[in-house]
Write a protein that binds this ligand. Structure first.
Ligand SMILES: [Zn+2]
Length: 235
C-alpha cells in the first residue's frame, strides 16, 4: 500500500465550483492525475481516489482515503478571492502546509492573506469531512485558486495550472527526501525514468492511447471530457 493518495475533489454529478469558463471537477481530476504521475516518476508510490469523471460521495471517498498516511485533496475555490490556500486538520501541525505555501510563493503564485489554516466545527471537531472522517490520515486540502476571482482568466492556461501542481510535487519530494527532477530534463533521462511506466487510457470502455507522458494524458483527458466522454479510465 502506498503512503500517499491523491484525491481529485468533486466529480460526476458534483461539478464543484463553476464560473467564468472554469469547472472545478475538470481541474481537480487533472491535478490529481498530474501529481499522481509525477510522484510515480520520482519513485514515490501513490494512489488516486478517482481516475475519471465519476461521482464520488463522502462515504466511499473517506473510506478509501483513511487507508493511507497522507492525502492531497485537490480543489479550486470560489467566492471571488484570489490565491492559494492549504487547510489542515486541527490535529496536525501544519508544517507540510507551510512547505507547500513556501513553494507556491517561490514560484510566483499568489497566496491568500490567510494561506494556511484549520477550521473547527461547532461540535469542536474538524469542520471539513476530509479531515474529520479520514482517521489517522494527514489530509491536506489544497485550494489552488478561485474559479471566479482575479485570476479566473490566468487559470485557464494549462501551463499556469501545471506549474502549480509542480509546486506540490516538489514539496512531497522534500518531505520524502527525494531529489526533485524538473520536467525539462535532458531527453535520455526522461526516457529512462518513464520507461515501463506507461498508462492505458480508456474512453467509454475503449482503449484510445498508451502514454507515458503526464502532459499528454492530462491533455487527452481534458479533450475527451469536452467531447462528452462518459467514462475515462487510466491504468
Ligand atoms: Zn472543491
Amino acid at each position: 500500500m502506498a503512503d500517499w493518495i491523491n484525491d481529485g475533489g468533486h466529480g460526476g454529478s458534483d461539478p464543484g465550483a463553476v464560473a467564468k469558463g472554469n469547472t472545478e471537477k475538470v481541474y481537480t481530476l487533472e491535478a490529481e492525475l498530474y501529481v499522481h504521475k509525477r510522484l510515480k516518476d520520482h519513485g514515490i508510490s501513490n494512489d488516486v481516489t478517482r481516475t475519471s469523471d465519476v461521482t464520488l460521495d463522502e462515504n466511499p471517498r473517506v473510506n478509501k482515503v483513511k487507508n493511507y498516511k497522507y492525502c492531497l485533496s485537490h480543489h479550486f475555490n470560489a467566492g471571488g478571492g484570489n490565491g492559494a490556500e492549504f487547510i489542515h486538520s486541527i490535529y496536525s501541525d501544519g508544517k507540510f502546509e507551510k512547505m507547500l505555501a513556501d513553494e507556491f510563493k517561490k514560484a510566483g503564485y499568489p497566496l491568500r492573506p490567510r494561506a494556511i489554516f484549520t477550521r473547527k466545527g461547532s461540535n469542536g471537531q474538524d469542520y471539513y469531512y476530509m479531515h474529520r472522517r479520514t482517521g489517522a490520515c494527514r489530509t491536506t486540502i489544497i485550494e489552488y485558486d478561485f474559479v471566479d476571482g482575479a485570476n479566473s482568466e490566468k487559470i485557464k492556461d494549462k501551463k499556469y495550472r501545471e506549474a502549480m501542481y509542480e509546486c506540490v510535487v516538489k514539496t512531497v519530494c522534500k518531505q520524502e527526501g527525494k531529489s526533485y527532477k524538473p520536467l525539462n530534463q535532458p531527453k535520455k533521462d526522461t526516457n529512462s525514468v518513464l520507461d515501463g511506466n506507461k498508462q492505458n487510457v480508456y474512453v467509454n470502455g475503449k482503449k484510445v492511447a498508451y502514454l507515458d507522458n503526464a502532459h499528454l494524458i492530462a491533455e487527452l483527458v481534458e479533450k475527451e471530457i469536452k467531447n462528452g466522454a462518459k467514462k475515462i479510465v487510466i491504468e
